[in-house]
Design a protein around this ligand. Structure first.
Ligand SMILES: [Zn+2]
Length: 149
């Protein structure tokens, strides 16, 4: 477990993201390369993006919980232009944006990109797993194709 950092240091590490009290646990997890999704202590359902109360039962008792990072592509779009990012070069071709349905719960989705995958192989239903890349000097969660047997 890495050293805990305070809120100010967290905001500094992710200067390109707007962080608030609802989302700070998510980004603290990124620094440790852990994908933490809010889970309700009362009804056990996950939700994402983070909200101050459980959208299912309105409980405010929530625990950021590490998920496996395994899932399948639920939705994919190709961006042909967009804001600059270190790992995105639109001159080399479109940038895939994928919404991953995580295996922990039906309709629990996390949006990012997919790496190590030719564009023609990016398709709905493709099994993927979590991977981490560096973005602006901090870990950033992405997905790559997963071997299934
Ligand atoms: Zn709940």
């Amino acid at each position: 477990m890495s050293e805990r950092i305070d809120d100010a240091a967290l905001v500094e590490r992710f200067s390109y993201i707007r962080i608030d009290h609802d989302t700070k646990h998510l980004y603290r997890g990124w620094l440790e390369e852990r994908l933490l999704i809010n889970r309700c202590d009362d009804c056990a359902r996950f939700h994402h993006p983070p909200k101050p109360i459980c959208p299912s039962c309105w409980s405010s008792s929530l625990t950021p919980t590490q998920v496996s990072g395994r899932g399948v592509i639920h939705l994919t779009i190709l961006l042909h232009q967009g804001p600059p990012a270190p790992d995105v070069d639109y001159a080399k071709g479109p940038h895939p944006v994928v919404s991953i349905e995580l295996e922990e719960q039906e309709a629990l989705r996390f949006t990012s990109t997919v790496i190590d995958c030719p564009l023609e192989d990016v398709r709905i239903g493709l099994p993927v797993e979590l991977a981490w890349i560096d973005r602006f000097g901090a870990p950033f969660p992405v997905f790559r194709p997963r071997e299934t047997s």
